[in-house]
Design a binder for this molecule. Structure first.
Ligand code: UGA
Length: 435
């Protein structure tokens, strides 16, 4: 099948490459000529494990193309995916849909024959109706259907998530569109991934509900962690103890510095606004949003407390900057709040991250960057582990203690064990473990 993917950002590029790998002929379109030129030259605009290889393989096989002009690919495509950005609108927290509607207008102008227009971008409930209206207004004679098909990809694990999804959600009541979508995902369905066909609004809401529920789970365990610190309990064991109950499930119960990234913060805010505007406010989600915001700021204070109440004039080593490992994404990363709080309190901050230092440099002032973890720790008065990159899991603790001025480690991801750290001579503070 011929597929056009409008938007070659994170979602579009991963989805396009994976669909090409299923055997479809996919053209990824983007307005940014520099991005398309780079992709044509085999350079990825984002860091995602396995993506460069997957793109190269499918380009070589003649199934994956890149262009700035959507005319030809849309005209030839049976399915046109919209995978453009939906950032938070400045001021009110609603999703900004101007790119989605702009893409719909451009698609409408050139589509030919029965065309299934699929929104893959995360869009508020009712967006599909507006896309349908735009298409119909531009092409009253057009033969098309609008489908919602949300993505559930995690950065850093996106290719695996696409190829082995827990489920595929397809929002349409149009039988012809459903048949096309079943063809698109046939290889996955053959692999027994459940394919759920729902109404379009239901599919749109399912995406937000999934992200908000996961954000709630994280926020819940983070608050349990705070309580553990007060009452002398261990949050890791509590998480295991509740997670083994199948009704709860063990995933997304890892306490930490608060969730970040491009999805949870934006989507929880957008769901909150939709719910308020619809007269059915979701107070749980409202609370999750504010608890998480406060938590990120509180992490800076936790570091200051571990340093005896003041960091003025001290050097603090920050290990990990990105919002999670295996990505170069700094959006809403807890490190931003931690670093700002430390700088405001008069500390010098030196940081190291395997992938995030480039993006971080444009978001943070006055941070010194180190070439590796040990260079970052050299002469530091305390260290804070903010992102659990694999290479921070097995630091040579003797060497760390030797290079630091004082062996103080604040581990915001509970990577190390308190008893081991005490034995190794560290002043060790973690999350939700009161010893
Ligand atoms: C998230 C969802 O997991 C995907 O299913 C969804 O498709 C995606 O958003 C999206 O809407 O596009 P992602 O933001 O890439 O994916 O990252 P996650 O792995 O979900 O992590 C989000 C944040 O939660 C990170 O800051 C992470 O450190 C934090 N987290 C996660 C915890 O603090 N504890 C946990 O137990 C799990």
């Amino acid at each position: 099948m011929r597929i056009a993917m409008i938007g070659s950002g994170y979602v579009g590029l991963v989805s396009g490459a994976c669909l090409a790998d299923f055997g479809h002929v996919v053209t990824c379109v983007d307005k940014d000529p520099a991005k398309i030129a780079a992709l044509q030259a085999g350079q990825m605009p984002i860091f995602e494990p396995g993506l460069a290889e997957l793109v190269a393989k499918n380009v070589a096989a003649g199934r994956l193309f890149f262009t700035t002009d959507l005319t030809q690919p849309v005209r030839e495509a049976k399915a046109v995916f919209i995978a453009v950005g939906t950032p938070s609108r400045r001021g009110d927290g609603h999703a900004d849909l101007s790119y989605v509607y702009g893409a719909a207008r451009e698609i409408a102008a050139v589509m030919d024959g029965f065309t299934v227009v699929v929104t893959k971008s995360t869009v508020p409930v009712g967006t599909g109706d507006e896309v349908e209206r735009i298409l119909g207004e531009t092409r009253p004679d057009g033969d098309f259907a609008v489908v919602s098909n949300p993505e559930f990809l995690r950065e850093g694990a996106a290719i695996g998530d696409f190829k082995r999804p827990d489920r595929i959600v397809i929002g349409t009541h149009d039988p012809r569109a459903e048949a096309v979508m079943r063809d698109v995902y046939r290889p996955l369905h053959l692999n027994h991934s459940p394919l759920l066909v729902t109404g379009r609004r239901t599919a749109e809401l399912t995406k937000y509900a999934a992200n908000a529920f996961l954000a709630t789970k994280i926020t819940f365990i983070n608050e349990v962690a705070d309580l553990c610190e007060r009452v002398g309990a261990d949050v890791q064991d509590v998480a295991r103890g509740i997670g083994l109950d199948n009704r709860i499930g063990s995933k997304f119960l890892h306490a930490g510095p608060g969730y970040g990234g491009s999805c949870f913060p934006k989507d929880t805010l957008a769901l909150m606004k939709t719910a308020q505007d619809s007269g059915a406010p979701m107070r749980i989600v409202e609370t999750v949003v504010s608890v998480n915001d406060q938590r990120k700021r509180a992490m800076g204070r936790k570091v200051i407390a571990a340093c005896g109440g003041s960091v003025r004039g001290r050097t603090i080593a920050v290990l990990g900057l990105t919002f999670k490992p295996d990505t170069d994404d700094m959006r809403e990363a807890p490190s931003l709040s931690v670093i700002t709080a430390l700088q405001d309190a008069g500390a010098r901050v030196r940081a190291y991250d395997p992938e995030g230092m480039g993006p971080a440099a444009s978001m943070l002032d006055g941070v010194e960057y180190a070439a590796d973890a040990y260079a970052c720790l050299a002469g530091a008065d305390a260290a804070v582990l903010v992102t659990e990159w694999e290479e921070f899991r097995a630091l040579d603790l003797e060497r760390v203690r030797d290079v630091m001025r004082a062996p103080v480690l604040v581990d915001l991801r509970n990577v190390y064990r308190p008893d081991h750290m005490a034995q190794a001579g560290f002043t060790y503070v973690s999350v939700g473990r009161a010893f």
